[in-house]
Design a protein around this ligand. Structure first.
Ligand SMILES: [Zn+2]
Length: 324
């Protein structure tokens, strides 16, 4: 994964901190799931321990970098919630580790994921720990909910805000992971991270849903009424909960966006379905496509406010068939 492509601003700031020797002892990485916080944290830890950094990036080849990759570096500690929360005992055992000198040097680093999920006792204990940095230590705290953290902790750390990864960058990363272009395109518009995208691709449910979606579109091309029946009868079983129903709307959005791109003479991405896109293009005008896409946005909102799925689908279909 290309860390620098995912978070160019933050990684540049980190490189500068190393090159100006202005590294502070504690950082907070704040941002949405999938923004690459954990990957950047481990990348930063590698730079911290790396024996041969190149342009202030870790070399990825030395023994230190390699040991971090295989998660057995003695002076790098990773903490995550034990069940629902991070408990005081986890912070205490970290503190005990830090009382000893680093196993091989005086450098030590710890990364705490979901740092907002600490118990009050654990948070107070961490606060004391942050107040008394010792030796050459580096703390990297990760959170998706900065507003749930103690202000006293936030005021003692350097906060780096992570931007949401764009779907273009996610698409490239999914391609780099070996996904075929159509799957990478769909997933980059449905999920927010490479990890989640790959997970979804492994889920039988998703493959089933994807097939049903494209079969319905094929049906629509031959027999629009048949497609409507298919949606009313088969979709509710497959798109059986709120999350899955939102995915069906995302698929609609991706599809009509592609048809719109095709109308506008832009490059389409779903090459496996190029013929079908062509067919839809001949049946929908640009204005129709725009209003369908607006209707999909409305449909997503309706689902969020608990409107019945079939009702939402019927309203959407009405819009689409009026347009056609
Ligand atoms: Zn290295």
């Amino acid at each position: 994964m290309d860390i620098k492509a995912i978070q160019p601003k933050v990684t540049t700031l980190i490189q500068k901190a190393f090159s100006n020797q202005k590294l502070t002892h504690a950082y907070l990485f704040s941002g949405e799931p999938g923004a690459g916080k954990k990957d950047v944290a481990f990348w930063m830890a590698k730079r911290f321990f790396c024996l041969n950094p190149i342009h202030n990036e870790p070399c990825m080849k030395c023994t230190e970098c390699k040991r971090i990759d295989s998660t057995n570096h003695p002076d790098l500690h990773f903490i995550e919630p034990d069940g629902q929360s991070i408990k005081i005992e986890q912070i205490r055992s970290l503190q005990r580790e830090f009382h000893f000198k680093g196993v091989e040097s005086d450098k030590k680093c710890y990364i705490i994921e979901h740092v907002d999920r600490m118990t009050v006792q654990a948070a107070n204990s961490l606060l004391k720990f942050l107040e008394e940095p010792n030796g050459t230590s580096l703390a990297i705290l990760l959170t998706e909910n900065k507003n749930r953290m103690l202000d006293t902790i936030i005021s003692r750390v350097q906060v780096y805000k992570f931007q949401q990864v764009s779907s273009e960058v996610l698409y490239k990363n999914l391609l780099n992971e070996g996904l075929d272009p159509d799957a990478a395109y769909l997933l980059s518009n449905i999920t927010k991270s490479v990890t989640r995208g790959k997970e979804l691709l492994e889920e039988a449910w998703f493959l089933n849903a994807k097939n049903l979606f494209f079969n319905t579109l094929e049906e629509f091309a031959n027999n629009p009424f048949g497609a409507v029946v298919k949606i009313q009868t088969e979709w509710p079983e497959v798109f059986s909960d709120k999350k899955k129903q939102q995915v069906s709307m995302q698929l609609f959005a991706i599809w009509f966006q592609e048809v719109l791109y095709s109308q506008l003479g832009r490059r389409v991405s779903l090459n496996e379905h190029a013929q079908l896109i062509e067919h839809f293009r001949n049946h929908f005008l640009i204005n129709d496509l725009v209003s369908i896409l607006e209707e999909v946005v409305t449909a997503k909102e309706k689902l969020r406010s608990n409107t019945n799925y079939i009702l939402v689908l019927e309203q959407l279909l009405q819009k689409a068939s009026l347009a056609a």
